[in-house]
Design a protein around this ligand. Structure first.
Ligand code: MN
Length: 687
């Protein structure tokens, strides 16, 4: 009989590779699957299905997509031994498949259409239902006509299907225990009142006036716990959740005749059965499939929740503002709402009151009387009215017809329209940071000047912050809201240059940045270096974010807990740059002097300095084509037609509509460098 693992053995030297040598074949009891993320010469995902005592394997270069219309190439590779299910590690250079192999997902599967494997292979059509920690639902593998090893992988239509590029549950469930459905669920509640504060470790949500409730999907069944007659539309919406089973925490809200959330309106609506006004805002996820998520950090629970929520007017994801309590408080005061809830991002879900959640009242405390909810509403509404009166049309943009990009004919009006359109995604990256302007009052070919100081005559509604600099104190602009953003753009500041640290902690950057700067080197070299940088950083436990510079380079951002000095951040990035320059000596250099760079790409680690600035995601650049610094998926580095000039003031708003802000997680995913520095040291010493 043919040895199914003959190919596997032949390709490997088990004295050199850490991969397992096959033990004698044994049939598995249930059908297991594993997906390896394999950072070999080209990043790909290896899907392995257990069958007949081996793991049948496919290499999927582009990974998994929940949009069934995207059919992705899957190349059948040699069968792997069962032991490979648990393998992860680094396959050394020179060995077959050299690179890093990590377990990206695992679980079990069922054969759906042809339940006999040999049948399915003979028909060239394998349909599986996956029960993984990221991948769920039905997937189709269909052999193509081209060759016996060439297959297409795509999502079959079911409740998990979606339109986004990748809505696999992107969190680590290793620490999640099994969920017991009959266990008692007690909601977590704010355990303290605080004044508004800013802290990158916290997120801030609106407090919704309504009725707190758990909502559940359990296969075909959906319901709202403790509610005998839940709104029909909500029950239908819950059926559309992109999962088989989940328990959401949230609030039922109804609007009164003035369009404001009101408990009275909710009670009336529930009692009368007039459910049209009721909306459920989901803000937490305590169960996903068979997993209890309550031990996981809030950041992870909300990230998971967001992937599940369908587009439905009665079931909404309660979004939050990361880090900046005062900004949210200002917004909710404007909307006439009573309070914000601050939540610590790393906190687990705890039963009952906890100081990991705090209530932040939008209403200045009145020392005398206690007020009931209706009074609070009125008071807040009055405050909001006063505010919006003082904010009304604070300035008029000027010279909108002036041509800023002569080659393309784009005007200043186009620039302002772009910033207006992407304000929601750029503002979180500007808030609370001093910003320098780069003004081009006559367009990109005219004279320009770099402006650090907010001049006399800056309107008083523009936030400025005084920063000591040498012997003087220099007021800097801070762009916290859309009006200030448009104000700065109206000054002709085509690009914006925020600091890497925030106003509250000017000496503690919350990003470390590697600037991959090609000058005249080819963009393909930039791509290779960015790929290597991502691989290196992930290999030492970092979750980096990637964007184009908007010109010809790229920026790799490492979000930091604000514990480190600029010196720390610079030393870390310098070490990263030196490893990369050693790995790719033909195309990259850390040489500061342009004349000494030999046409190589410069790995600039010196941007990690106080008062040094780098453009944020979505900043326009003052170059031909009106290109924009644009966040990328890491696997876009594999796209052959990737060009930084394709991301412009005209294409980026649509991209943001499709993918959302890919840098959003970077705002929240603050990372510790201690373990990474140790791991990097090992790499530097050539372990
Ligand atoms: Mn592979």
């Amino acid at each position: 009989m043919r040895d199914p693992l003959a190919d596997y053995r032949k390709k490997r030297d088990f004295g050199q590779t850490p991969e397992p040598a096959p033990a004698p074949l044994r049939a598995g009891a249930d059908r297991r699957f594993v997906v390896h993320r394999h950072e070999a010469r080209n990043l790909h995902y290896d899907l392995r299905l257990e069958q007949g005592g081996v793991l049948c394997s496919w290499a999927v270069p582009k990974g998994f997509c929940y949009d069934g219309k995207e059919k992705r190439l899957a190349v059948r590779t040699e069968d792997h031994p069962i032991e490979y299910e648990h393998f992860h590690g680094r396959i050394p250079k020179g060995q077959y498949g050299a690179g890093t192999m990590t377990i990206w997902d695992r679980g079990h599967y069922e054969l759906v259409k042809y339940t006999d494997w040999d049948d399915a292979i003979a028909k060239g059509e394998i349909k599986v239902r996956l029960y993984g920690r990221k991948l769920r639902g039905e997937w189709h593998l269909v052999r193509t006509q081209q060759s016996k090893n060439s297959w297409l992988l795509f999502k079959s239509r079911d409740c998990f299907s979606g339109h986004s590029r990748d809505n696999a549950l992107g969190i680590d469930l290793e620490l999640a225990p099994a969920f017991e459905s009959d266990g008692h669920l007690e909601p977590m509640r704010a355990g303290a009142e605080r004044a508004a504060f800013a802290d990158p470790g916290w997120v801030f949500e609106m407090e919704f006036l309504g009725r707190r409730a758990f909502a559940r999907k359990d296969g075909e069944q959906t319901n709202v716990l403790d509610l005998d007659a839940p709104p029909t539309a909500l029950v239908e919406a819950l059926a559309e959740l992109r999962c088989d089973r989940a328990t959401l925490d949230g609030v039922l809200v109804a609007l009164d005749d003035h369009g404001k959330p009101s408990r009275a309106a909710l009670d009336t609506a529930l009692a009368s059965g007039d459910h049209e006004r009721i909306v459920y805002y989901a803000f937490d996820l305590v169960q996903w499939e068979e997993f209890d998520l309550r031990d996981l950090p809030l950041f992870d629970r909300k990230a998971a929740l967001r992937t599940l929520i369908p587009e439905h007017p009665r079931l909404l994801y309660a979004d939050h503002v990361a880090g900046n309590g005062p900004a949210l408080l200002q917004a909710i005061q404007g909307a006439g709402l009573p309070a914000a809830i601050g939540k610590r991002g790393t906190a687990p879900y705890l039963a009952g009151e906890s100081t990991e959640w705090v209530r932040i009242s939008a209403v200045a405390a009145e020392p005398s009387a206690t007020v009931d909810d209706d009074d609070v509403d009125d008071h807040a509404a009055a405050t909001a009215e006063n505010r919006s009166a003082s904010l009304r049309v604070r300035f008029r943009p000027t010279n909108l017809g002036k041509v800023y990009w002569p080659a393309e004919g784009h005007t200043k009006g186009d620039l302002l329209a772009y910033y207006q359109a992407i304000a929601d995604v750029i503002l979180p990256h500007l808030r609370d940071r001093p910003v320098h302007l780069n003004r081009f009052p006559d367009g990109i070919d005219g004279k320009s000047f770099y402006q650090r100081e907010a001049k006399d005559g800056t309107p008083d509604w523009v936030r400025t912050v005084a920063i000591p600099h040498d012997d003087e104190t220099v007021p800097h602009h801070v762009i916290d809201d859309v009006e200030t953003l448009i104000y700065c753009a109206n000054l002709g500041s085509i690009d914006l240059h925020p600091w890497l640290s925030r106003v509250e902690s000017l000496d503690r950057p919350d990003y470390a940045v590697l600037d991959i700067d090609p000058k005249d080197a080819p963009f393909s070299h930039v791509v290779r270096i960015a790929r290597a940088a991502g691989k290196l950083l992930r290999g030492i436990g970092i979750r980096p974010a990637l964007k184009t510079s908007g010109k010809n380079g790229m920026h790799v951002f490492v979000p930091l807990l604000p514990h480190y000095t600029y010196d720390h951040a610079r030393m870390f990035i310098e070490a990263v740059a030196r490893v990369l320059a050693r790995e790719l000596p033909d195309i990259s250099t850390v040489e500061r002097l342009p004349s000494q760079r030999d046409g190589k790409v410069y790995l600039d680690f010196l941007q990690n300095r106080r008062s040094q600035t780098i453009v944020p995601p979505y900043s326009v650049r003052p170059v031909r084509g009106a290109s924009v610094s644009t966040p990328l998926f890491w696997d876009e580095l594999e796209d052959h037609d990737l060009s930084p000039r394709n991301f412009t003031i005209h294409s980026v708003p649509e991209r943001v509509q499709t993918h959302g802000d890919l840098f959003r997680l970077a705002l929240e995913d603050r990372q510790d460098l201690v373990a990474a520095i140790g791991a990097l040291q090992e790499v530097l010493e050539g372990r």
